[in-house]
Design a protein around this ligand. Structure first.
Ligand SMILES: [Zn+2]
Length: 199
């Protein structure tokens, strides 16, 4: 574990490297603030902060789910190549095993947030989310398939370098979403609709 004072000193150094004076009033407390922000932004490395994922027996409410369940929302992460924000929308879908478990729907967004709170590339973020949710459902009667699509805007691309606006799409599929083209197409259509309606 790196020493806190040393970490603050490094942030001071970076401010100086940028060409400013780390001792001027507006910047004096900045290393401290950045460090506290890091703790929050990168809590995804701290297993003790991992969300508790509630699962239920499929059929517990008198209905056995055998169709596609979809959750949509936003994500904010940090690109590992430039330490800059990338953010956007996600569409997650899964088909539970009739003899297995179902996810508490509110937990999906928490898992997205937790996995986003690391230095990431968008493709790995997609995979991390699916793997964490898959693990929560157990291996005995695993879900029939999971799918996630992320649409991200990358500040390292938009605000510097190429300076081109535009989003990047990453898709990660397992089980029937991977093996059945029909389901995959249906999922990508659901994602396209949610993405365009949020503009
Ligand atoms: Zn980048």
């Amino acid at each position: 574990m790196i020493d806190e004072e040393l970490a603050k000193q490094h942030i001071r150094d970076l401010i100086e490297f940028a060409g400013d004076n780390p001792d001027r009033d507006g910047l004096k407390e900045t290393p401290d603030r950045v460090l506290r922000m890091f703790r929050e932004m990168f809590r995804g490395y701290d297993a003790s902060q991992a969300p508790q994922i509630t699962v239920f027996d499929n059929g517990h409410d008198g209905l056995v789910y055998d169709g596609t369940i979809v959750d949509k929302g936003h994500f904010y992460s940090v690109c590992e190549h430039h330490c800059r924000t990338f953010f956007g929308t996600y569409t997650f879908a899964y088909i539970p095993n009739p003899d297995g478990k179902v996810l508490g729907l509110s937990k999906i967004g928490r898992v997205v947030d937790y996995c986003s709170s690391r230095l990431q590339i968008q493709e790995r973020l997609a995979r991390d989310i699916v793997q964490m949710l898959e693990a929560a459902l157990g291996t005995e009667n695993p879900p029939l398939g999971m799918a996630i699509a992320l649409n991200g805007r990358h500040m390292c691309k938009e605000s510097r370098g190429a300076r081109k606006q535009g989003s990047m799409t990453s898709v990660y599929l397992t089980g029937v979403f991977k093996s059945q083209p029909e389901l995959r197409r249906e999922f990508l259509e659901i994602h396209a609709v949610s993405h365009s309606s949020e503009k």
